[in-house]
Design a protein around this ligand. Structure first.
Ligand code: OOB
Length: 557
């Protein structure tokens, strides 16, 4: 198919694979374009016990065996682990009964609702690969993710707020023919009711733990969003080791406050960490203090994860919201840099322990620990989760710098990807020849191993924890009539950390910010990528090599 953004090629694509070409038909085998862990390292991770060789679906099986009567999901009513286990099996049979096969990809775009959990485990148990889209994604992203993954089905809720996902489903299924099934949670309209699919079957397929379990969407790269294929082995380790660091257990109640398709609330330790340790899980679709505090009080929530702007808002809100937050023992904050002054507020304002988390969907996770001093917790973004995480901090020439000096963070380890899915050309730049992922983050490392995030070299705006690829935004802006040059830059913002500013060089009458927002929305771009500020310029500053000088540009405004 023409214009496919990936190269369907050999079964195993190395990180230095050649340039992209398009061929007559898209690859349908899920392993085409997957970059596996090298065999020797995989063996080492297995032997050291990081990889248990058990598929993710078994996490729930084990929990149901160990704690059948304990609450797993806290919705309008509680669902026990035994009931959740059963519901996940029914889902798995239902998907297979529709003709979706193991290895097929399914785009899942559900809000933070309890039903997400049986859907996820149903897919995992059937060996079907969920591609986890964010509720905020719109036509541009969903169409791209569907094509890139070669998805055969799309699962969404009927609506969230004032957005109707059935309209989006209609558009995407019209333009991406391999999409054969649209399953809707709620009122299905013209589509299939997710809860009506046949749900009986004799047996489920054997799932190989070294295979792809699910795909996460990367926010932090150039151009269109990339897919991160996580294996059962690596993701189970990610969730279990994170649960251990956070001392999660059966008495815990985890609240999914951030969108659950995101790695942080999903597996750091999040929903999967809670399942692995028999804890209960509650969800909110609205993270405002009003709604989240009510959920914390009602469900006696003990742990949750937020982005820095939300942490700030929650700290302020204790002055006007009188909910009982006494059950909360741990507040994880990450996704963007938490300023030290705001970090110092958390414990006294909310009466919880703060944990800073510096992570990425690509893998590496850093956590501050329970035993760390208040100083470390408030001034660093934590240290690597695993003893097998390899972290290098390098200068522009790729040479390791001394502790305390700033450099780019490179990493490799038992749960860090070895290449983006179906992106050989990008992979040749995003990884070193020996397989280290170039994070694009600038850090300083302390002798204790703790990292302080000090900036970034990648062209991304981190808008309150949501990463916006400048390339992607600029590409859309250049399609606006009369726009000759476009540049997106992050500007400091007290609430968001950074806000998105676009600078345009135009012919004729310049558009307003509202014009640009309408235009981008019509092009199907997710709302969190819409600019906050628009500036007009006669020309854009360029560097010595002729690239747009983003630093100079940001300094101008
Ligand atoms: C998390 O994952 P992503 O994939 O949405 O974003 C990753 C990027 C990082 O490379 C870094 O640039 C930034 O977001 N970031 C932070 C940070 N946490 C993430 N920058 C400064 N301080 C932090 N604490 O954002 C994510 C995934 C798992 C756990 C937590 C966060």
């Amino acid at each position: 198919m023409q214009g496919h953004p990936y190269q369907p090629e050999a079964r195993v694509v190395t990180s230095t694979a050649s340039a992209q070409t398009s061929t007559a038909s898209p690859a349908t085998d899920h392993r085409d374009g997957f970059v596996p862990f090298p065999a020797d390292l995989a063996e080492r991770y297995r032997r050291a016990g990081y990889w248990a060789g058990r598929p993710l679906g078994e996490l729930l099986r084990d929990a149901a065996r160990q704690w059948p009567e304990r609450p797993a999901l806290l919705g309008a009513a509680a669902t026990s682990y035994a009931a959740l286990d059963h519901a996940a099996d029914r889902m798995a049979h239902g998907f297979l009964g529709l003709g979706i096969r193991p290895g097929d990809r399914v785009v899942v775009q559900l809000p933070n609702v309890c039903e997400f959990v049986p859907v996820l485990f149903g897919l995992l148990r059937a060996g079907i690969i969920p591609v986890l889209a964010l509720p905020a994604h719109r036509r541009a992203e969903i169409e791209h993710l569907t094509r890139l993954s070669g998805a055969v089905a799309y699962i969404a809720a009927d609506r969230l707020g004032d957005f109707d996902y059935r309209g989006l489903a209609a558009e995407v299924s019209a333009t991406v023919p391999p999409l054969r099934h649209v399953l809707i949670l709620g009122d299905p309209g013209a589509f299939t009711d997710l809860n009506s699919i046949p749900a009986e079957g004799d047996s489920l397929p054997e799932v190989d733990a070294s295979e792809i379990a699910l795909m996460l969407v990367s926010g932090g790269t150039t151009g269109l969003p990339k897919l991160i294929a996580r294996t059962h082995d690596d993701y189970a380790y990610n969730a279990k080791a994170s649960a251990e660091v956070c001392e999660l257990g059966p008495a815990d109640v985890y609240l999914a406050t951030l969108p659950v398709a995101h790695n942080f609330p999903l597996a750091c330790p999040g929903v999967l960490g809670a399942v692995a340790t028999g804890g209960a899980i509650a969800f909110v679709t609205d993270p405002s203090p009003e709604s989240a505090f009510a959920a914390i009080e009602r469900h006696r929530v003990t742990v949750t994860a937020v982005v820095p702007p939300l942490a700030q808002l929650w700290c302020a809100a204790v002055d006007w919201e009188d909910a009982d937050l006494s059950s909360l023992r741990l507040l994880q904050v990450g996704g963007a840099k938490l300023a030290e002054v705001n970090a110092r507020d958390v414990a006294p304002a909310l009466g919880v322990r703060l944990q800073q988390v510096f992570g990425m969907a690509e893998g590496l996770l850093n956590y501050t620990r329970a035993e760390d001093s208040a100083e470390l917790v408030c001034t660093t973004q934590g240290r690597p989760l695993s003893p097998a995480d390899e972290v290098r901090v390098v200068d522009e020439q790729g040479r390791d710098v001394a502790d305390g000096e700033e450099g780019e963070l490179l990493t490799r380890g038992p749960y860090t990807l070895r290449g983006y899915y179906r992106a050989p050309e990008h992979n040749s730049r995003a990884f070193t020849p020996d397989g280290f992922y170039r994070s694009g983050d600038l850090v300083r490392r302390l002798p204790s191993g703790h990292l302080i995030v000090s900036g970034r070299v990648k062209d991304v705006i981190n808008r309150g924890g949501e990463n916006i690829s400048c390339d992607e935004l600029e590409e859309h802006l250049l399609a606006y009539p009369g726009v000759r040059h476009a540049a997106a830059v992050g500007l400091p913002d007290p609430a968001l950390g950074e806000k998105a500013c676009v600078v345009l060089v135009t012919e004729g009458a310049p558009p307003t910010l509202a014009d640009i927002k309408t235009f981008l929305t019509e092009r199907g771009l997710a709302t969190y990528k819409l600019p906050d500020v628009l500036r007009q310029a006669d020309a854009l500053p360029v560097t010595a090599v002729g690239k747009i000088d983003k630093k100079a540009l940001a300094a101008r405004y």
